[in-house]
Unconditional design. Structure first.
Length: 247
C-alpha cells in the first residue's frame, strides 16, 4: 500500500513517522509524489477542520476581530491569489539560510491563514484564557516580514551564533491574551530540503504538522489543561470533535 492509502485508512501518525525516518530519501522519485499527496491530503483536512471550528465558535459568540484592517487579523483567509509567486519569492529570500519545509508551503497553497485569537480590545473577558487558539499569519504578511533589512540582519546573526534561522508564524499563548509573553512560534528554516520542520518556541517542541494535530485534538486550541470555564469548553468540543478529520 502507498503512504496515501495507509493515511486514508487511518494510519496518520504512523505514516508521518515513517516519512520522517526517510530523511532526504523522501525526495527521491520512488517516494516524493506519494508523500506530497499525503501532505496535500493533510492540508485539505486542516482546511476542513478550521472551517468546522470557526463556524461553531461563531455560534458561541466567540469574540473574533470584526473591524479588521489587516489580513492577519481575519479569522480565516483563503490562500492568496499569487501564492505560487509569493512562495517562490520566500524561497529565494531564505536560501542563504536553508529551505522552507513542504508542509508550510502546502499550508499556504491549500489552507491560507487563520487567526482564532480573542479580540481583547473589544472585550477583556476572554473565554478559555491561555488556551492558545490557533494562529498562522498570511503568506503575504510573512513575505513582507522577511523582506525587511532587520529580518536579514537578525537571521544572519542567529545563523552565525546559534546555527538556526526561522519564520515567525504566530504570537505565543500569552501575547494572544494580551499578556507579556515570550518569542513568537516560528517554523525552522531547515538546512536541507524537508517534508516538515520544527515549530520553535511552542511548548510541545514538535513539528509543524504534529503541532497542528495537537491543536485539532483540542478542537482548535494548543493548550487546554489549565483553562477556565472547562464546562463551556467541553460543551464546545462535544459539538466540534465528531466533525473533525484526523490529520
Amino acid at each position: 500500500m502507498t503512504f496515501l492509502e495507509r493515511y486514508n485508512n487511518g494510519e496518520t501518525k504512523q505514516v508521518y513517522s515513517e516519512i520522517a525516518k526517510l530523511g532526504q530519501t523522501a525526495f527521491s522519485k520512488e517516494y516524493y509524489s506519494d508523500i506530497e499527496a499525503v501532505v496535500t491530503e493533510t492540508m485539505k483536512r486542516i482546511n476542513h477542520n478550521l472551517t468546522v471550528i470557526y463556524d461553531e465558535l461563531k455560534r458561541t459568540n466567540y469574540n473574533f476581530k470584526h473591524n479588521t484592517q489587516y489580513s492577519f487579523e481575519v479569522p480565516l483567509n483563503q490562500p492568496i491569489v499569487d501564492a505560487e509567486e509569493s512562495l517562490a519569492q520566500l524561497e529565494m529570500i531564505v536560501i542563504p539560510f536553508g529551505f522552507v519545509p513542504l508542509s508550510l508551503k502546502l499550508f499556504y497553497k491549500i489552507v491560507g491563514s487563520c487567526n482564532f485569537a480573542w479580540d481583547f480590545k473589544t472585550s477583556k473577558n476572554i473565554s478559555w484564557k491561555c488556551s492558545d487558539p490557533i494562529q498562522i499569519i498570511p503568506l503575504d504578511t510573512l513575505v513582507e516580514q522577511v523582506t525587511t533589512e532587520y529580518w536579514l540582519e537578525e537571521m544572519t546573526e542567529n545563523k552565525e551564533t546559534y546555527n538556526i534561522a526561522y519564520l515567525e508564524l504566530s504570537a505565543d499563548y500569552l501575547h494572544k491574551d494580551n499578556i507579556s509573553g515570550g518569542p513568537a512560534y516560528a517554523m525552522e528554516i531547515t538546512q536541507k530540503p524537508s517534508i516538515d520542520g520544527k515549530l520553535l518556541n511552542e511548548e510541545h517542541q514538535t513539528s509543524f504538522i504534529n503541532y497542528l494535530r495537537i491543536v485539532f485534538e483540542n478542537c482548535g486550541f494548543g493548550r487546554t489543561d489549565d483553562i477556565e470555564h472547562t464546562a463551556t469548553f467541553k460543551s464546545f468540543c462535544d459539538k466540534v470533535e465528531p466533525k473533525l478529520k484526523k490529520i
